[in-house]
Design a binder for this molecule. Structure first.
Ligand code: FES
Ligand code: FES
Length: 160
């Protein structure tokens, strides 16, 4: 069967099998390896993507469910030249990346929070990343990076 959706800013039409997961479509068919296959049962968040600006676990979704949707993977967050965006840079600056396995999902969780509000409390940030597990950083640095980016984006809006 065919599906049509927007992937990282480009409209795509793809032939899929009805039982294919979104994670499998991204990794196995499209070669987008930023979404990781961790637990494969919805518990770790390493497979996270944004669907219509909301954080979703691609291992739990069928590819067919994104018909007509806007899908953003970590590959769609950085600049076309591959430069980190402001949130990715904040992760680097705050030491929020160690092994990096959780990082694509964490960055997308951060983006989902920042699309909701540029004034998130630390509690809201913790709630926003609650479905994403990190074995390495202890979360503090990740919360710091998202909070810092919210501040930067607020300042950018105020200066316009
Ligand atoms: S691989 Fe999807 S939540 Fe763990
Ligand atoms: S940086 Fe290693 S799991 Fe998060």
């Amino acid at each position: 069967m065919k599906i049509n959706f927007n992937l990282n800013g480009s409209d795509v039409e793809l032939e899929i099998s009805p039982e294919q997961t979104l994670l499998s479509l991204l990794r196995d068919k499209l070669g987008l390896f930023g979404a990781k296959q961790g637990c494969d049962v919805g518990e770790c968040g390493t497979c996270s993507v944004l669907i219509n600006d909301e954080l979703r676990k691609s291992c739990l979704m069928l590819a067919v469910q994104v018909e007509g949707c806007r899908v953003v993977t970590i590959e769609g967050v950085s600049s076309p030249q591959g430069e980190p965006n402001d949130l990715q840079q904040a992760f680097l600056d705050h030491g929020s990346v160690q092994c990096g396995f959780c990082t694509p999902g964490m960055v997308l969780a951060g983006e989902a929070i920042l699309k909701e509000t540029l004034t998130p409390t630390r509690t809201q940030i913790r709630e926003g990343i609650a479905g994403n597990l990190c074995r390495c950083t202890g979360y503090q640095q990740i919360v710091d990076a998202i909070e810092d980016t919210a501040q930067q984006r607020r300042t950018a809006v105020e200066e316009k």
